[in-house]
Ligand binder design. Structure first.
Ligand SMILES: N[C@@H](CCC[C@H](N)C(=O)O)C(=O)O
Length: 280
């Protein structure tokens, strides 16, 4: 099976194209391929499949084999893959995901190539995120976690970008021990489908630091949907303007929550690393 290794700001994926559907044991394959010691090593396994309603369809499996509805960094990667390999591909593309159809634009070229994605409208209704908390939306709510006897109460805001996110403002996101606390928030009973967790520090109204604990993966170097959720949560909390640079471990994403159409736009890079063949 031929594959291509790609990444968006260090959030890395094995990309498979040419199949018509997900294999039956896609979860097991994802676990094997994503293993960093005995496999190729990646945060996720991504399939480029045919679509009846868009240029192509993307499906993504996390490193633990679970399927995610959406992935911002992977959308940029598959758009670049498609643009570079499919003859006649336009610079404006559409991608079908489990969370709907997304518009993508390839901007600039060579080393300056960036990919802009319409990530859609954020979902704020608690029942649709889903978050099992009382009230219509989930802004500045509290959850309690216990790490081997140490209690912590977090103020969080929940947003879905097709996939669920809990955004937590902390004093120093860059030095935050997210391995200790991320898994407890990810699996908190408030989130029936689990959640991605973003720890953010606001630097100014148009800049923030973010570290992410991803559902089904663990700490990653970047999360596109997470950066979108972080901006949306910060706007809802009155902490940021609608356009901000999000500094992640792997680099920066520019995120804009457009006031006119209510949609979130993400701009960032995508990189092809190598190609190979998986024989197992
Ligand atoms: N890294 C991604 C998100 C991937 C899916 C996530 N782990 C989930 O389970 O929702 C991104 O760039 O958005």
């Amino acid at each position: 099976m031929k594959f291509t290794k790609m990444h968006g700001l260090g959030n890395d994926f094995v990309i498979i194209a040419g199949e018509t559907r997900l294999p039956v044991e896609a979860g097991k394959l994802a676990r094997n391929i994503c293993d960093r010691h005995t496999g190729i090593g990646a945060d996720g396994l991504v399939y480029i499949l045919p679509s009846a309603i868009a240029d192509f369809r993307m499906r993504i499996l996390n490193a633990d084999g679970s399927e995610a509805e959406q992935c911002g960094n992977a959308v940029r990667c598959v758009a670049l893959y498609y643009y570079e390999r499919i003859s006649g591909a336009r610079q404006a593309l559409t991608v079908e995901t489990q969370a709907g159809v997304q518009r993508v634009w390839l901007e600039g070229d060579g080393m300056d190539r960036l990919v802009r994605v319409d990530m859609g409208r954020p979902v704020l209704a608690s029942k649709d995120i889903p978050a099992a908390v009382e009230g219509e939306t989930v802004v500045d709510r509290t959850l309690q976690v216990n790490n081997r006897g140490e209690e912590r109460a977090y103020t969080f805001t929940a947003v879905s970008m097709g996939n669920p996110h809990a955004v937590i403002e902390v004093e120093d996101a860059r030095g935050y021990p997210l391995e200790q606390w991320g898994p407890l928030v990810e699996t908190h009973p408030y989130f029936p489908n689990k959640t991605n967790v973003e720890f953010i520090t606001i630097r100014s109204r148009d800049e923030m630091d973010m570290r992410v604990w991803e559902r089904g993966v663990g700490q990653t170097m970047a999360c596109g949907t997470g950066a979108c959720a972080a901006l949306v949560a910060s706007v809802l909390r009155g902490r940021a303007d609608r356009r901000a640079l999000v500094h992640l471990k792997g680099g920066d994403l520019l995120i804009e929550w457009n006031e006119e159409d209510g949609r979130v736009y993400m701009t960032g890079p995508a990189v092809t690393v190598f190609e190979g063949e998986w024989n197992r």
